[in-house]
Design a binder for this molecule. Structure first.
Ligand code: SF4
Length: 433
């Protein structure tokens, strides 16, 4: 294109003045748009200048508005004008409004956060308060959870109802500062509950007369009543009276008593007490404590068993079960049997003493064992401060139960009718497996 232009210029020069004039016209025609363009260009150049000038003129006003708007205009119509239609010079005001709105939102968020924090704090406080509830409440909850009270499957229906009622009332927490009145009430309530559970409680030694009872009680040391009951039939069949036993051949007696353990010492005791009965009491068992304790091998415990069950005279039998349970129940802190007897005797009327002894001993033999108490199956768990000392799982605890509570017969071969009426079964005789 540049080469052709150059040649055209050369052609004009050769055609003369007409061609030059035409070319000049064309050139002038072509220059007109250029002029317009230059005017337009100048206008365009000046337009931004004007706009800039206008902008400069408006800018101070806008800046002033931006500074003052938040105070005057923004609060009046903060949200009515849509953002896209807002005039350019009102943008700062809008920004201020937006900032204010943002501030408001922030304040609102903070307020909400504070409210939430307060609510959370309250909830936490409640939860903490619940967690740090008094020991009594926690103990009550524990007792309520304690399945033993709900499922004393080992107890008769009557006892079950009593146990459920006890669980609802919930005594628990017999603290060390338990008042004397509260202790007496709790102790008597335990006795009542046990009477419901063991309505057929009785001495578990078979006997037909006071002589058989005192001999059987002496033999029961360090062995079970069941073992004694399996042994005495042969002894009393061969030596039915104190005179017969006093005159017996010791070796023969020892052989009969061998299953009871400590058979030599026990032979000496039963033959010795038979001799004293014959010599000092006319062959009759005395009905007084001070006389009974004179017999060889007879202490206060044996004496009270005889007095309470053969003579109907109230007595507390403080055997190993009794000692263990009353300490677990915090009835007394004494360890000496005589002092325990006095302390527990003071909690109950004298007329309750014999049955109380049966209830406590039966409970100790069947449920509240020395090594593994079956707390999970214990009907008096709500009243016991030692709950949890043994197995608390109901299923595992049930497996720890003994005798008729564990599904096995009781210990008497010749049980009283009350025991049979309550569904008890006599123990198997010796050698029956
Ligand atoms: S220690 Fe356990 S089994 Fe014994 S009385 Fe208390 S709760 Fe019952």
């Amino acid at each position: 294109m540049v080469v052709r232009g150059d040649s055209a210029v050369g052609e004009q020069g050769s055609d003369g003045g007409r061609e030059t004039a035409k070319a000049t016209k064309k050139a002038s025609v072509e220059k007109k748009p250029t002029a317009r363009a230059s005017r337009a260009a100048s206008e365009e150049k000046s337009a931004p200048a004007k706009k800039a000038a206008a902008g400069k003129a408006a800018a101070p006003a806008g800046g002033a508005a931006a500074k003052k708007a938040p105070d005057k205009k923004a609060p009046e119509k903060p949200d009515k004008k849509p953002p896209g239609k807002a005039p350019g010079n009102k943008a700062p005001a809008k920004k201020a409004t937006a900032r204010k709105t943002a501030v408001k939102k922030t304040i609102a968020r903070k307020t909400t956060a504070k409210t939430t924090a307060k609510a959370t704090a309250k909830a936490t406080a409640k939860a903490t308060a619940a967690a740090s509830a008094p020991a009594v409440d926690r103990a009550a909850a524990l007792v309520k959870k304690a399945p033993p009270a709900k499922k004393p499957l080992v107890a008769p229906k009557k006892a079950t109802a009593a146990v459920k009622a006890a669980a609802v009332k919930t005594v628990v927490n017999p603290a060390q500062d338990e008042s004397r009145t509260a202790l007496v009430r709790r102790a008597r309530r335990i006795n009542r509950e046990l009477a419901e559970v063991f309505p057929y409680a009785h001495p578990e030694l078979d006997f037909d007369n006071p002589f058989q009872l005192v001999v059987a009680t002496v033999l029961s040391a360090q062995t079970t009543d069941l073992r004694v009951n399996q042994t005495t039939p042969a002894l009393f069949a061969k030596y039915p009276t104190p005179e017969d036993l006093a005159a017996a051949n010791p070796e023969e007696v020892e052989e009969i008593l061998r299953p009871c353990g400590f058979f030599r010492a026990k032979t000496r005791s039963v033959m010795g007490l038979s001799r004293v009965l014959v010599q000092e009491f006319g062959g009759e068992v005395p009905g007084r404590l001070e006389d009974l304790v004179k017999l060889p091998g007879v202490g206060r415990k044996t004496a009270f068993v005889v007095l309470g069950n053969a003579f109907g005279r109230p007595g507390i039998t403080v055997d190993t079960h009794f000692q263990r349970l009353v300490r677990r129940w915090r009835w007394t802190g004494e360890t000496d049997p005589d002092k325990i007897e006095a302390a527990v005797g003071a909690l109950f009327p004298k007329s309750d003493w014999t049955d109380l002894s049966h209830h406590v001993i039966w409970h100790g033999r069947r449920i509240c064992h020395a090594r593994k108490p079956a707390c999970g199956a214990c009907p008096i768990a709500p009243l016991c401060p030692a709950y949890g000392e043994g197995e608390t799982d109901p299923e595992k605890a049930r497996k720890l139960l003994k005798y008729e509570k564990g599904g096995l017969p009781g210990q008497r071969l010749k049980p009283p009718q009350a025991y049979l009426d309550a569904g008890g079964r006599p123990a198997a005789p010796l050698g029956a497996g």
